[in-house]
Write a protein that binds this ligand. Structure first.
Ligand code: GTP
Ligand code: MG
Length: 442
């Protein structure tokens, strides 16, 4: 009988390529592997084999790799079939595996099993998706570090500090007659302060990690003809948007992913904002407003030497961070690029001042990539760290009042909040949501 719960998927990207891989994972795959390959595979040995369909006709030839549980990615038996990267041949190979009893894997199901079998904690499992989705080199490196467990280790160290404190206070609670209370709470306050400082450091690093993960959305806003499309092209180093001396050239919002000093930015070029009778331009301007509404940062463009029109600033939500960009300095005699409190002076045409703009952008969101110690993180990790910090602060207050029971309770809750990062105390629906965003075959 084929194993009841084997899952299978094409693990390589769709399309043609040199090599394509079908991956199977299940509690007992040896029999299936033997039927498929015509031999019992030796674990961790590459077997050169011919893959055949149910009727014995040749599908492809390639390598079979077998990993016996628990020494595999998922912790179950895993069979990898490396054929040619032909969408058709891979589909036939997958069909054969399904005939032998496997079912189609759901998105992220391999990684989910790895997590459930204790091969990875939840933060590491998420990092698997982040390695795959990384949009910049720095994001890829940071995701690799999270996958290797660097972030989890920091969280674990924080949890150990909390456990230590909890043991400490609970011992005091258990033996009040020893009357060590006062003395102990002195030391407890010290330990709590040290824990808080460590938590704060991890929170700062995770906040940077979240920026690496999420990137930012930047909208280019300004009157027609100030050079928004030219600036997009200059930032992207590519001819993406049409540039003409005609005011009202850009109609649709044009989006481009740009790596700004390691920060993944989605830059949106928009129709210039002005009163217009032209219905098409008016629709474009409506899109500009929509892009402004969802942006994290606005680059407000004006021609150098001209003031920023107050009506333009009125278009921006009060809370939207903005940088004023004074473009076309090449038209001003003797003007050089600069950045100060009034904005950045540059030329989209010559490229002068673009570096200053890139720095101003990363400064404005507090993004300073450093290779050392950076890891990727998500909003839910940062939220959990913030919750933990709030409980540690509350614990401090209880301690100051001598309410040791409540102090212990706040510590327990801080500990629990940290647990959600690595996947302890994590609800099933959250797991479902996390893994459903993975690609199939991972
Ligand atoms: N000299 C000079 N000309 C520029 C510069 N940037 C843009 N231009 C010119 O200004 C004109 C308008 O540029 P665009 O980039 O199309 O301006 P835009 O803001 O996208 O305009 P709309 O799409 O109409 O809103 C074009 O002729 C550009 O070549 C610059 O830095 N220096
Ligand atoms: Mg334009």
């Amino acid at each position: 009988m084929p194993p009841a719960d084997a899952i299978a998927a094409i693990a390589t990207a769709p399309g043609r390529g040199g090599v394509g891989i079908v991956r199977v994972s299940g509690p007992a795959l040896a029999a299936m592997a033997e039927r498929l390959l015509g031999q019992r595979p030796v674990p961790r040995v590459a077997h050169f084999v011919r893959f055949r369909d149910a009727g014995g006709a040749l599908i492809d030839e390639g390598l079979a790799l077998y990993f016996a549980a628990p020494a595999s990615f998922t912790g179950e038996d895993v069979l990898e079939l490396h054929g040619h990267g032909s969408p058709m041949a891979l589909r036939l190979l997958l069909r054969r595996v399904l005939e032998l009893g496997a079912r189609h894997a759901e998105p992220g199901e391999f990684t989910r099993r790895a997590y459930l079998n204790g091969k990875l904690d939840l933060a590491q499992a998420e990092a698997v998706a982040d390695v795959i989705d990384a949009a910049t080199e720095s994001a890829a490196r940071a995701a690799a570090r999270s996958l290797s467990g660097e972030f989890s280790k920091l969280v674990q160290a924080l949890r150990e500090r909390l456990i230590h404190l909890r043991m400490f206070v609970e011992a005091t609670l258990d033996f009040p007659e020893e009357d060590v209370e006062f003395l102990e709470s002195e030391r407890a306050a010290e330990k709590l302060a040290a824990t808080r400082a460590a938590l704060d450091d991890v929170l700062a690093a995770a906040t940077r990690g979240q920026l690496l993960h999420d990137g930012i959305r930047i909208v280019l806003a300004g009157a027609p003809n100030v050079g928004k499309s030219s600036l997009l092209n200059a930032l992207a180093g590519d001819d993406i948007a049409i540039v003409t001396p005609i005011a009202g050239t850009t109609r649709d919002a044009i989006r481009s992913r740009i790596d700004i000093h390691g920060l993944a930015a989605e830059v949106v070029d928009t129709a210039g904002l002005r009163e217009t009778e032209d219905p098409v331009e008016a629709m474009g301007i409506a899109r500009t407003r929509a892009a402004i509404a969802e942006a994290d940062l606005a680059l407000v463009l004006v021609e150098a030497g001209s003031p920023v029109p107050p009506t333009l600033l009125d278009e921006l939500p009060a809370a939207l961070p903005r940088l004023i960009v004074h473009n076309k300095i090449d038209l001003q005699r003797g003007a050089t690029p600069r950045a100060d409190d009034d904005g950045i002076w540059l030329s989209a045409r010559t490229g002068a001042g673009l570096e200053l703009l890139a720095t101003a952008i990363t400064d404005s969101v507090g993004f300073h990539y450093r290779e050392e110690g950076s890891f990727i993180a998500r909003e839910r990790h940062v939220d959990a760290l913030r919750r933990a910090l709030a409980h540690v602060d509350a614990a401090g207050e209880e301690l100051a009042h001598g309410a040791l029971e409540l102090f212990a309770e706040e510590l327990r809750r801080a500990h629990e909040a940290l647990g959600t990062i690595v996947g302890e105390f994590t609800a099933d629906d959250l797991l479902g949501e996390i893994f459903s965003r993975f690609c199939i075959g991972k």
